[in-house]
Ligand binder design. Sequence first.
Ligand SMILES: Cc1cc2nc3c(=O)[nH]c(=O)nc-3n(C[C@H](O)[C@H](O)[C@H](O)COP(=O)(O)OP(=O)(O)OC[C@H]3O[C@@H](n4cnc5c(N)ncnc54)[C@H](O)[C@@H]3O)c2cc1C
Length: 210
Amino acid sequence: MDATVDQHDGYRFVYLLPFSADTLLVEDTYYSDTPELDRAALRDRIGDYARTAGWGVHSVEREEQGVLAVVLGGDFDAYWRSTGKVAKAGVRAGLFHPTTGYSFPDAVRFAHLIADANDLSGAALHDLTHAHAARTWAERKFYRMLDLMLFKAAEPAERYRVLERFYTLRPGLVSRFYAARSTTLDKMRVLAGRPPVPIGRAIQALKDAS
Ligand SMILES: Cc1cc2nc3c(=O)[nH]c(=O)nc-3n(C[C@H](O)[C@H](O)[C@H](O)COP(=O)(O)OP(=O)(O)OC[C@H]3O[C@@H](n4cnc5c(N)ncnc54)[C@H](O)[C@@H]3O)c2cc1C
């Protein structure tokens, strides 16, 4: 994870995942205010990144793009009703990490939930999935509050400062954060110290949200 790159359009980092000795995933990520994607500019930046690193690109095996939600707040019950009284799963059920937008750990938990269910009728699945999603939403207030800090208190070009400190914390804490299983102590550690955002704007962001 390389966040030493130019900070265009909010917090930006490049993920590098080697698949083999000569195949590498290069992922360019932005914590942006808008869902717009300039595919040509992103393609150029990924190419520039590889060239600057000294890697000759023989071929592009696959490309993927998308926009994931970072959740600052909202009315869960109104959202659930807006898509009808049917069982819901995945991102549609709000089952993703509010800060990373990733849904894989939730997908695994959800698969276990369904595999353990006795009653697979439509009504029972609605009630089961609603209860699970509502509980998950309620448990994740902390992450939504952090997102508010990131988006409302920090200037886009300064967003990286919030994450810069976060990634100096212990690997176990970072893992639990990604799994949305932060302990109370983890949460205190994430918030401890001099805030990397202006305190006045942070208080205002929290006030606006409540
Ligand atoms: C570039 C990128 C990188 C990512 N990296 C990660 C990562 O590292 N880790 C991680 O956990 N997540 C990652 N994500 C997020 C993850 O891919 C998504 O959260 C996940 O795919 C959502 O799964 P889903 O099943 O909820 O929804 P989807 O994958 O969107 O599946 C919903 C399906 O329902 C179908 N559908 C929609 N409407 C209807 C309808 N009316 N009738 C029938 N079918 C319908 C759609 O066609 C689609 O196939 C990444 C996403 C992107 C774009």
